[in-house]
Design a protein around this ligand. Structure first.
Ligand code: ATP
Ligand code: MG
Length: 431
């Protein structure tokens, strides 16, 4: 039989056997951001197109080439979110959260949609974990945000990431810098790619972000933003560095980081790796003091970061980090005969009510096939019930790793006794 269709190019399925990896990483992200006082925000997967056009920026690749935009039946132009920041900012404004006290601190998990050329680490539907903070211009907030990202990586035991930071200044000092960049790149006009030629006029800083080898080679000797920062931006950047030093976070200053979205000001940073190929940026973030005004709000300096979940999982895999599977079955009850089946239904319910994972046969397989299944799902214990066990009202619970057997009564105390048994034997299963 031929499948009527397959998944769309650039999308991925997370299958039941691997979803525990996502859940493990997500749990740590939730846990760490909670410690820093962030609470989750959930916004719609699509928004009015103008939100991203204004919020992400007209001159960005995302808005110019990558958005999934379509007209609804009502004739409105809507776009599947290419990132999480604009939607979160829209929600903050719409609900006037600034009236509830500052700073506003939000975290999110989102699926994002960008029409890009699919390759390893670059998808058309991908997932981000992100953080947004509104209402502070203090550089200590920038440093704290970076510390949060670092503490997530530490908890996940990822050590093949380096932190690179930069300041891209404010609109005032950037105007000077743009002039200098334009002058520099004009001389290479014939060698730059077509996209960069169009960037030359509108936003020459974007050229620094070009992935083409020729453009990045030319960009190597371009003027550095750090030489053009105004006093306020310079001071801000050096304060961020002192706070990072105080927190013991290691970083390097990389003056070529500009980030792909237009809304950034002052601090920008990336966590980068060399171990997953060309798409090595796992986390990107920084400050966007002008974003809220751009979207029609009052001046509300803000900052945030986003991590690509798929790339993060790729780094963990390449580093050989073993993620514990919390979903392994604690007890498999195999049955022989109808009476045993009834008893098993009663016992698995008891065990599940005690908070453990229990399974029994639901296909009507023979005993051997049932035990093969118990092995396949990695059941830690098994129990076989037949007419004899029912008659004696007891059965042997077998530890599938050691083979050790313990007799338990098949009555109301079963789950309680089983819980004690597996707890004493399996301390190492806890995450
Ligand atoms: P890149 O330079 O790799 O295109 P970006 O600057 O477009 O990244 P951001 O918009 O800052 O990325 O998104 C934050 C993070 O989301 C990235 O660091 C990356 O980990 C992830 N990401 C971005 N685009 C994709 C994609 N198409 N597929 C998978 N992950 C992505
Ligand atoms: Mg991109």
């Amino acid at each position: 039989m031929a499948l009527i269709t397959k998944k769309i190019k650039g999308t991925e399925d997370v299958l039941p056997k691997e979803s525990y990896k996502w859940q493990f990483v997500e749990k740590i992200m939730r846990d760490e951001s909670r410690k820093f006082g962030f609470k989750e925000i959930r916004t719609p997967v699509f928004e009015h197109t103008e939100l991203f056009a204004r919020g992400v920026g007209q001159t960005t690749d995302v808005v110019q080439k990558e958005m999934y935009t379509f007209d609804t039946k009502g004739g409105e132009s809507v776009t599947l979110r290419p990132e999480g920041t604009a939607g979160a900012a829209r929600a903050v404004l719409e609900h006037a959260l600034e009236n509830e006290g500052l700073p506003i601190k939000a975290s999110y998990f989102v699926s994002c949609y960008r029409y890009e050329k699919p390759q390893a680490g670059r998808l058309r539907e991908f997932h981000q974990f992100g953080i947004e903070e509104y209402g502070t211009q203090d550089p200590v907030a920038d440093a704290e945000l970076i510390c949060l990202a670092q503490s997530i990586f530490d908890r996940l035991q990822i050590n093949q990431l380096r932190l690179e930071i930069n300041s891209i200044g404010c609109p005032a000092c950037r105007a000077e810098y743009h002039k200098a960049l334009k002058e520099y790149f004009e001389a290479y006009k014939d060698e730059l790619c077509d996209t960069c030629n169009s960037r030359l006029e509108k936003n020459p800083m974007r050229i620094l972000d070009c992935k083409s080898p020729i453009c990045s080679k030319i960009a190597e000797n371009a003027p550095k933003i750090t030489d053009y920062l105004c006093d306020e931006c310079k001071e801000h950047f050096s304060a961020v560095q002192s706070y990072l030093d105080a927190a013991g976070v290691e970083y390097t200053v990389n003056p070529t980081i500009v980030r792909g979205l237009d809304y950034y000001t002052k601090t920008v940073f990336e966590f980068v790796t060399d171990c997953i190929g060309a798409q090595g940026t796992v986390c990107g973030g920084g400050r966007y003091d002008g974003l809220i005004e751009e979207l029609g709000g009052k001046h509300l300096p803000s900052l945030g970061f986003a991590m690509g979940m798929e790339r993060l999982l790729m780094v963990m895999e390449s580093q050989g980090i073993q993620i514990p599977d919390a979903d392994e079955c604690s007890l498999y009850i195999a049955t022989m005969g109808e009476n045993a089946k009834v008893k098993a239904v009663e016992l698995v319910a008891q065990v599940r009510n005690s908070g453990l994972i229990a399974e029994t046969d639901v296909i009507g397989r023979g005993l051997r096939a049932q035990m093969k299944y118990a092995d396949k799902i990695g059941a830690k214990y098994s129990l076989v019930i037949g007419d004899n066990e029912i008659e004696q009202n007891s059965a042997e619970v077998k530890n599938m790793t050691t083979g050790e057997k313990t007799t338990l009564a098949l009555d109301k105390t079963f789950a309680e006794k089983f819980a004690v048994l597996q707890l004493t034997a399996n301390d190492s299963f806890k995450i």
